[in-house]
Design a protein around this ligand. Sequence first.
Ligand code: ADP
Ligand code: ZN
Length: 802
Amino acid sequence: MIARIAIDGAASGRLFDYAVPPELAETCVVGARVRVHFGHRAVLGYVVELVAESEFLAAAKADHTPVQAPADLLLDVAPEPQKPSLKPVEAVEGDASVVLPVLMRLARWMAQYYLAPIERCIQTLLPAPVRSGRSREKIRLYVEAAPVPGGPGIVRADTDARPEGGRDEARPSQSPISGGPGIVRAAPTAPKLTKRQEQLVADIRRVGGGWLQQVIAEFKCTAETVRRLENLGAVTIVERQMRRDPFANRRVVPSKPLPLNEDQSRALRLVLNGVSQAEDTSSPPPKPILLFGVTGSGKTEVYLQAIAAVLEKGRGAIVLVPEIALTPQTVQRFAARFGENIAVLHSALSDGERYDEWQRIRAGKARVVVGPRSAVFAPVERLGLIVVDEEHEPSYKQDESPRYNARDVAVMRANLEHCPIVLGSATPALESWKNVKTGKYDVARLSRRAAEDAVMPLVHIVDMRREISEAGQPRLFSQALLDAIKQRLDKGEQTLLFLNRRGYSTSLVCPSCGYVATCEACDIAYTYHRHDDCLRCHICGGWKRVADKCPNCGDPKYKCLGTGTQRIEQIVSACFPHARIARMDADSTSRKFSHDDILGAFKSGKTDILIGTQMIAKGLHFPNVTLVGIVMADSSLHIPDFRAGERTFQLLAQVSGRTGRGAIAGEVYVQTYTPDHPAVQMARTENFEGFADGELEIRRDLNYPPYCHLTCLTLSGPEESAVAALLERIAESVRDKADKSVIISEVVPASLPKANNQFRYQLLLRAPTTSRILPPLSAALAANRVPEAMRLSVDVDALSLF
Ligand code: ADP
Ligand code: ZN
């Protein structure tokens, strides 16, 4: 047997063949971590595939000509000729395959689809603390009282009575102190104890045992005392794994399934059909289901009940949520239904917590995993369902190699696992919507808010072109919004003020009239290149100089830049000196729990006005928020990206969804310079379908995704001319090898043209299918080696053009 191995830590994109010695035949399975000799070093690697014959070996023996690596793994190709003999696998590390076979298949698919080295893809499957091998289980000593002689047999711990602290998981082990077996045996006769000792044993028995440290602290004794009791046979001390539980100190109130409304029942039935269909492995895998439900329509309740059904069948589930929506509120809702069966993977966890959570999943102790994009790789066996909440979220895209989109990887994993997948959103990605229209996905609609008293908010669109101060200056706040805030303050209700900060750094918007310079051929905003004061189109490469004053209204302050949340905070404080105001953005939430603190204060009514960026737009429930102000709705409309309209629609709909969740109807003020833009108009009534239909037409006419696959290459290096020239050559090679359906843009400086003394250039490729672009692109990359000094990033299905 031959093992094809990816070397850990490398990035060559190649597999190497090793012979599996007979004594390792059982353990050297796909996904196993193995030790091999590579050159003169001993290294770790992963078994990607087992084959009967080595192609390398066969070819080398036959005629000494090198063979191509299989196309799906090839990135930088041209394997060196190998000597006609294979080294053996030296050893297998650990006792089970670290990577589940299905995840190994997923990694291979990613390597091929995202043009990333297979080693990187395997690394991506495993959290750092698991991969490094440095993290370990946390083992502590646990004390239990011996059974009462003649009593009712073994006294089992009453778990609820145990002192507070980490939960435990028994681990068969020997007590290092007594050297005796760490199991509870009935003492033959009652040992003779002093009064104080007797009291201590009784105390330990009463609480059902506890960690040695806790027993010492709680009952004011010493380790010596406890050990003496152990020698007397009155207590046992065993090693146990102490789980580092990220949510140990949170109280979870269990929740019961809600009776579903008609829409929800229909959606659940559709998912459960998929679950049944998946049972029959001879049938095709169930179609992905888009759960298209307005904000507050009760999508989460549908997920919860679908997961419950899957658990009933002895299967597990993965729920992906965007990182910033992974708040305690979200986790709580799942924990309330599934308790200990929940594992949470979160970047804010400590290494130890992450390690324990991953091990709990791997061991099948937690069957429901909730986490951000990387949770798509959770080692859940017998996977029965994947849920991707807010499936349109750009944060599902990883911004380093492999640049995968967790939603798409999830669809692929569901396909490999033959299990159903539910993509939930109030504002689906146009990619998903198109899949519904073409019948690739099923759809279930939830068209009303679920809670009985909740209604859709009243949305006002405020035309900011009319809001000029007496001095003739443009203003940030309209009178209507200021009046509305005042009303809420008077009534003791809460306000959310939302600013989308993205955009102003990359495009140029006139602060007086909202004018934006746009490339007419491509219908996207020009990118403003500050260093040479130039406007460039990133699609066609066209450019022009920036006028000194606004071409539309003549304002000379045309080039002045946008507004941040801090500025908004100052203005609001000046207008409402007595209001309690908080700000939540990337700057104010860099501390680990500041996020929770700010939201907690707002939720409990300690804050009147919360000002924030995207962060406050996601999945939060605030019953007392009756006003949402969107300070500059246009800012996301002018990002130089054909998705600007889609992003704006999503943001407006999400933000509006934050209000009117309680008994009081909500109001939304949208301040905009472009009140007639479809993204603004359709968001007013959360009319996604109306928006999507119009937008899809534009995308089709201009040949943008979802009507093509867009790949963005960014090359950076210290010498500008060399960078531009190499990217030109790559473009040229692609042009040679690809057919006419592939659209190759001009090579242009990236919107961030220089960073850390590295010049950056960009190339956009559009193709109707990935099969038209991936082979010519990988061939072009193989033919044009990127020198050490430069870096090339390949972003397949790019979501952002920055
Ligand atoms: P979404 O995920 O679609 O934004 P949620 O699941 O957060 O919506 O639900 C919004 C609110 O409606 C929640 O407070 C939830 O408890 C409530 N809710 C959901 N389903 C029902 C139902 N069937 N009956 C009553 N209330 C419901
Ligand atoms: Zn253009």
